[in-house]
Design a protein around this ligand. Structure first.
Ligand code: MRU
Length: 326
């Protein structure tokens, strides 16, 4: 894909402003770790791997400016709590000397990991398949190529005929605004549906597979991803459709025992009561807005990582893969 979600300019970080897509392709320039943390919080940049890469450059900026690194690390880590890639990237940056080079390596490695995820995942799809995805786990959510959408890109590159159904993904509409746009840019067949249409299309046997990303995968395979993912996993299981998670190995947090221990970010009520800045709900109504939910490992067919496809029991396959890491 031609659009770069994250651009390093040598002295500043430029982030494609995902709040303005698909209507405008504009970048936000960040000169400090604080500005990067604000961009992550406000979702100028979003998606677990992408916020990890952005945070790495935030740490590089702090180092270049001689700012307090511990302070920058805390501010960046607190920007969003669920995606483990954020803390992973910040901790990696704290361990090295050459900050710019390390951040550039994290960016490069993410794209390479996504290409490997793509190749492993494409094997799981037939010559012709319709795939349901949720949120945006594409190039925009990573340093490039994408995880769930990387699998789709790779299958399409191999000549497979893949059609994608994208859930709009209320309340932030990552599916409608980002996935639909990103796939259109690459000429990949995409159909947009609202979240509540998914069950209907499962009944119609429309889907051959569900592929989504992840914000954090616990040691037992329980997976936190965009709110609404769990609903799709239940539907997929009821209808006998394989349910795949696609994520780099850095999204697996072996220090988190199971899904119950994953912190779930609660975002503002206005993201639920408003659409595109227009209020749709009555004033004063009580609102809940968990941004993620947890899909239990037992509903997951396989986890597609950059080190291969992990199968249940995940406790064992994850531990095996973790032990054999380079
Ligand atoms: O709130 P978001 O848009 O950051 O949520 C993103 C997701 O849930 C993605 O599926 C996940 O981060 C994986 S992105 C490759």
């Amino acid at each position: 894909m031609s659009v770069e979600p994250i651009r390093w300019r040598g002295d500043a970080l430029e982030l494609l402003n995902q709040l303005r897509l698909p209507r405008e392709v504009v970048y936000v320039r960040c000169n400090t770790a604080h500005e990067v943390a604000e961009a992550i919080k406000s979702m100028v940049v979003r998606g677990a791997p992408a916020i990890g890469v952005a945070a790495a450059f935030g740490m590089a900026l702090a180092k270049m400016r001689g700012d307090d690194l511990q302070f920058a690390a805390i501010e960046l880590k607190q920007a969003r709590p669920t995606a483990v890639n954020l803390a992973w990237a910040v901790d990696r940056m704290l361990r090295v000397q050459g900050a710019k080079a390390e951040a550039e390596a994290i960016l490069r490695e993410d794209v390479e990991a996504n290409r490997r995820i793509g190749r492993f995942g494409a094997e799981l799809l037939g010559a012709q398949a319709t795939v349901l995805t949720h949120c945006n786990a594409g190039a925009l959510a990573t340093a490039g190529y994408g995880t769930a959408l990387g699998v789709i890109r790779s299958a399409v590159e191999q000549g497979k005929r893949i059609a994608v159904f994208a859930d709009e993904t209320r309340p932030y509409l990552q599916g409608a605004r980002l996935t639909a746009w990103e796939l259109q840019q690459d000429g990949i067949d995409v159909t947009l549906i609202t979240d509540n249409m998914a069950g209907h299309f499962f009944q119609q046997r429309k889907f051959d597979a569900v592929i989504v990303g992840a914000d954090r995968i616990a040691a037992n395979g329980d997976t936190a991803n965009k709110i609404g993912t769990y609903t799709l996993a239940v539907l997929a299981n009821v209808h006998g459709v394989p349910f795949y998670i696609a994520a780099p190995f850095s999204t697996i947090d072996v220090a988190t025992k199971n899904g119950a221990a994953i912190p779930i970010e609660e975002r503002s009520a206005t993201e639920v009561t408003e659409i595109g800045g227009t209020r749709i709900a009555p004033d004063g109504v009580a609102v809940r807005h968990p941004a993620f939910d947890v899909t239990p490992a037992k509903l997951i067919t396989a986890i597609i990582t950059d080190r291969g496809v992990l199968r249940p029991p995940f406790e064992e396959s994850i531990a095996r893969c973790y032990r054999s890491r380079p």
